[in-house]
Structures are given as C-alpha cells and as structure tokens.
Design a protein around this ligand. Structure first.
Ligand code: NAI
Length: 544
C-alpha cells in the first residue's frame, strides 16, 4: 500500500499540487531548498496544529455548511493530510458538513460545483471494457470501492451522476471516523443514466443524457463491474450506497454470499437499529429473542431492519419461522399480510396469515409490539394515540422514529417522552436536543449510520474476509451496545456518544476482525495481539 512517504520524483510546483505529499507552510527551510520550492510559499513555517487553527478560523467565517463543504473539498484537493487532520479533530462536527445533510445539497448542485478531482465514473458505455477503465485509476492497491448509481440519493430521489458526492463523502468517513488510510479508497459513480428530467435538461449536467435502462441491463452491467473489480483489485470490498431500493435489495441478495461486499443503506442502517435495540434492552431488561417488533415502513430500510433482526433473533436460538413471526411490517397500503397481492419477494417473507388492516393503532393493539420502528418518511405518523397505546401495552415501550429529514420524523422526542409519561425509550434518525420532563432529563440517541459502517469496514480492511456476514454486523452491534455506560443508560441513551466515534469504530473493527478469523473467512494470517495489530494500521494525519 502506498504510504505517506515523500516520493523521490516530486519537486517544485508539482509537489505543491500533489495533495498527498503537499504540506504547504509546514515544509521546513531545508525541505524547501532541497525540493526546489523556495519562493513558492510564504516565508512562515507552521506545524499542522497551527495550520488546523487557520482552517477552523476560515470555516467559522463561512456563511453556511455548503460553503464549508466547498472550502474543505478545496483543502482536500491541496493537502490531504490537513483535510483529514481537520475532520478527525472533531468528526461529530464535520460529518454533517462532509456528509448528510450538507452532501445532499452538494449533490443537488454537483454539476455546478464540479471539480476535476473526484472519483471514477463508470458508465453503461463502458460495457465490455470495464476492467480497462478500472485500470486507469492511478492507485493500484484498492481496498474499498464505494459505488452509487445515483438512483436514490438520501431522501432526494434520482440524482444521476450528481450522486458522486455520496461515495466521495462516505469514503471520507472511513478515514474520519475509523482512521482507515485514505490511499486505497476509490469512490465510483456508476452512471446508467437518470430519469430526472430536470437534470437531463440541465446544460451543466455532468452525466449521461439518457434514461435508466431495464433491470436486466443494470444487472448485466453490475455483473461485469463486480467481475472486473475482482480481477483488477483482488483485495477490494465493494460498498454499495444509495442505489434505488429495489436495485439495492436485489444486488445485495445476489452478491452478499458471493463476494466481499455490503450495502450500508440496508445492512449499516439495520445494524445501527439493532445496536440501538440492544442498548434499549440494557435499559429495560429482556432478551432480543423475546421481543415483538413492528416496523412502520417496508422499503429498503424497513426490509433491511427486518432481515437483520430476524438473523439476530435466530442467533439467540430461535428458528427462522419463530423469528419471522415476531416481526411485522406496515406500509402505505397497511399491514403486510399474506392476502395482499402487491408485495415484493422481500416483504412476502414477513407476511403473516392475519387479517389486513390500515389502522396502525389497531395493529399495535393486536400484535402487541414491544418495539415500534418508523422508517416510513411520514412525519408525525406516531400520534399521541399510538404512543399511548404502546405505553399501555409495555412498561417501557421502545420507539425509534428514524425517518429524516426533521419534518419526516414519525414523532418528536418531546412528544414521545410527554405522551408516554417519561416511559418511552426513544431514538431518532435526526438529532434531537435533550428533553426535560417531570424533572428528569432524557438524551435521545441519534441512530446515525456512521456508528457502524466505518468500524465494520476497519475490520474488513484488517482481515480482507471472503464475505461480509450477518454475524459480523451482529457482533459489531454487540460491541457498540457494550460501550454504553450506566450514566448514559440513565439518560435514556441507547447508543454511546457520537464524539467517541474513533474509539467506537476501533472496538467494532477489532470485534469484526475476531469474527472473521473465528469464521475462517479472513484471508490474512491471524496476529497474536489483534488490538495492537489493528492499531498499527490506523491512519494518522501527520506529515512525514
Ligand atoms: P423507501 O421509500 O424505500 O420506503 C418507505 C416505506 O414507507 C415504503 O414501504 C412505503 O410504503 C412506506 N410508507 C410511505 N407512506 C406511508 C404511510 N403513509 N403509511 C405507512 N407506510 C408508508 O425509503 P427507505 O429508504 O426505506 O427510507 C425510509 C426512511 O427511513 C427515510 O426517511 C430515511 O431517511 C429513513 N432512514 C433512516 C436511517 C437512520 O436513521 N439511520 C437510515 C435509513 C433510512
């Protein structure tokens, strides 16, 4: 793997334009002489901490997060080390700037703010020569490709090639949140075309001006892509991100047990939810295998959560039939039941032989869930009646209102605590401020995806497993839930604080690596001391 050592050939302006090796004002007097950059920099010599202070000052002077995103992206183009020094100085602050929600706005304007340096664009026109295209990427030791089709960008729908902001941002979080070295990370936008007419008519649009092809054509292209990745980058794990729901589920099902890959929208989301449930059980007591779970919303997030919970319940000793019987889903047409004719193959797995109903409150009264999860995109769907029914059935109801942005949340934290008379164990997809009710202060957790996928990726990076299994995600969730302190549980938190993300990811990485070795899936030699072995691999944002 390429490292941060200074290359022999880089001199003068060429060196200053190479973001990997450029140190800007941190070049010493003697380096400036030796490398022919005297006079190309101002006379001041600063260390990276001083440079960081200037970046933070510049960020404070920007009007909004999109401007901060552009400033940081420009910094990445000039000086990778200082960019990651900035992100890793406070991941909790910078993730919302480099990723959700700002990246959504950046994707909407991606064609306007387009810059030369980004990831790779693989298109349907590359059919038959994808290996050759992948070989054009300058780095040869690629460990992760994050690939989006731009088909469903956050809650913004089909953004075609503008979706490149997503793999770019997601891979930055690998480094910012888990200290995975940035050198072997390749962002890819798979451009099949777009059905977004506004983009097709935008004179600045950077993607293919064609509509998306049929499922068969997509599948054929994806097959060539995965085969090409295997041959060009044999140590690479493919991370699928922000594909259209049906494409995402179908592609994951096809490749999950075939190649080293994962889908964060499906598996990462469900892992964070599972970790949150494990955290909630640490507060209310009880085992996962005894819970009854109702999922409001049966799209890619809802199905992914149902699948992961089913796997985790089975891992606690229940049969598949028993696990499935404890999970129910509800979508725009009501409860998912056997008699419905509009269900897809993934929903059918959770269709029970009960009467249909479009009344959520009635379903809660009948099914008696201990846990209610909202992934419906329907703001305020969990009304006072719903929360009160959950509180009547359960001593400590668990309610996760995960839809975002803010106006899509199924319920606010304030309403959940008030309507349940402080009984609820609550988490959301968006950050909510602490709520004081009846003299107690509750701190709702945010089920942010970055709790899991960076740490899981660290375990994958270390062990290069043949496959990424459900068991790895389940162990990641356990590691995450184990980090909750008594004080945090007393405040109603189901996940540890976000500012500990680098430690969290490290612990998850170690657990995933242990799981990979135990399952015989790791393709590297098992070290004696796993923790220090992984610790030695971590990226440090320091100049060499
Ligand atoms: P999707 O569009 O694939 O699925 C939405 C589902 O909600 C569909 O099954 C639909 O039938 C159902 N639905 C829509 N209107 C409804 C209604 N009035 N009543 C009942 N069901 C209704 O969307 P996806 O990708 O599954 O995401 C859903 C939501 O979950 C989004 O708001 C997303 O932001 C959020 N989410 C949160 C995450 C987190 O907090 N970590 C991670 C992933 C998604």
């Amino acid at each position: 793997m390429t490292d941060n050592n200074k290359p022999d050939i880089q001199h003068g302006n060429e060196l200053l334009r190479d973001e990997r090796y450029n140190k800007g004002t941190a070049f010493t007097e003697s380096e400036r002489q030796e490398l022919n950059i005297e006079g190309l920099l101002p006379p001041v010599i600063e260390d990276i901490d001083k440079q960081l202070k200037r970046v933070l000052f510049q960020l404070d002077n920007k009007k909004n997060d999109l401007e901060r995103y552009i400033l940081l992206t420009n910094l990445l183009d000039r000086n990778e080390t200082l960019f990651f020094k900035t992100l890793m100085s406070d991941p909790k602050r910078f993730v919302p700037i480099m990723y959700d929600p700002t990246v959504g706005e950046a994707c909407l304007k991606f064609s306007e703010i387009y810059r030369d340096k980004s990831g790779m664009y693989v298109t349907s026109n590359n059919k038959g020569k994808m290996s050759d295209v992948l070989k054009n990427w300058p780095e040869k030791d690629i460990r992760f490709i994050c690939v989006s089709s731009g088909g469903r960008i956050l809650g913004l729908g089909d953004l075609g090639a503008n979706g490149m902001g997503i793999p770019l941002g997601k891979l930055q979080l690998y480094t910012a949140c888990a200290a995975i070295p940035p050198y072997g990370l390749l962002p890819v936008l798979f451009d099949f075309g777009t059905d977004n007419e506004t983009l097709l008519n935008d004179p600045f649009y950077i993607g293919l001006r064609q509509h998306r092809p049929s499922t068969d054509v997509i599948d054929e292209l994806v097959e060539e892509f995965t085969e090409s990745v295997k041959s060009v980058f044999p140590q690479c794990c493919i991370h699928f991100e922000d594909w259209k729901g049906a494409d995402a589920l179908r592609i994951l099902k096809k490749y999950k047990n075939k190649i080293c890959c994962y889908n964060d929208d499906i598996q990462g989301t469900s892992a964070v939810v599972l970790a949150g449930i494990m955290g909630a059980l640490k507060i209310k007591g009880g085992n996962l295998k005894d819970q009854r779970i109702l999922i409001f919303g049966a799209g890619s997030a809802g199905i992914g959560i149902a699948d992961m919970l089913s796997a985790a319940i089975q891992a606690e000793g229940k049969t598949e039939n028993e696990a499935v019987s404890q999970i129910s889903l509800f979508d725009i047409n009501g409860l998912i039941v056997k008699s419905r004719t509009d269900l897809n193959e993934y929903q059918k797995v959770f269709a029970h032989d009960v009467s249909s109903s479009k009344d959520l409150n009635e379903v809660i009264s009948d099914f008696k869930p201990s846990i209610l999860i909202g992934v419906s995109t329907v703001g305020k769907a969990f009304t006072e009646t719903i929360v009160k029914t959950m509180s009547r059935i359960n001593e400590r109801p668990v309610i996760f209102a995960l839809s975002n942005p803010t106006d899509h949340a199924e319920c606010s934290a304030q309403d959940a605590y008030t309507w349940s008379d402080g009984k609820v164990i609550f988490a959301a997809g968006i950050p909510f401020d602490p709520v004081t009710y009846n003299g107690n202060t509750y701190c709702p957790s945010q089920a942010n995806n970055y709790y899991c996928f960076p740490g899981v990726s660290l375990g994958i990076y270390a062990t290069q497993p043949k496959l990424v299994t459900d068991q790895m995600w389940i162990e990641a969730c356990k590691a995450l839930a184990e980090m909750l302190t008594d004080d945090e549980k007393n405040k109603g938190m189901v996940l540890p604080p976000q500012n500990d993300i680098l430690d969290i990811s490290f612990n998850i990485g170690v657990r995933v690596a242990e799981t990979a070795f135990a399952a015989g899936l790791a393709q590297v030699k098992q070290p004696e001391d796993l923790r220090s072995w992984i610790s030695d691999m971590l990226y440090k944002p320091e100049y060499k």
